[in-house]
Design a protein around this ligand. Sequence first.
Ligand code: FES
Ligand code: FES
Length: 153
Amino acid sequence: MKYKISFTLNNEKVEHEVESHKTLLRMLREDFDLTGAKEGCGQGECGACTVLLDGKPVNSCLVLAVDADGRDVLTIEGLSNGTELDKLQASFITHGALQCGYCTPGMIMAAKGLLNENPHPTEEEIKEAISGNLCRCTGYKKIIEAIMDVAEK
Ligand code: FES
Ligand code: FES
């Protein structure tokens, strides 16, 4: 069964018909071609699928698409302003805070959610905020430095 939903996606109002069982992650990737959010574990363990729902980070593999109705969804694709990267995106590049990049969109969206609530977090608060986001490549040090750099400005 399909439901009609309307929501804000990357700062634009959209209407969409979606199956009741479809996850937010699958809707974003399959119906809107927004493939920045990744499916890693598919069960809330890795954070690769993190997007912001009403400004807060969620594992989009665990959220039903119909639950986006009336809400605000921001994905990594909506973070930049045209060709101007968000400060976090730029800082990840400057600090070399990625290798394969699979975790990066989720990591940046988790950090964005933190900075929305707490623009100047401590290192411990940053570590806590990204504790649900796994990275198999970087060892986290450069990721934390990249977020710290934005948080200190
Ligand atoms: S794919 Fe959603 S938490 Fe891993
Ligand atoms: S950069 Fe490869 S998983 Fe994080």
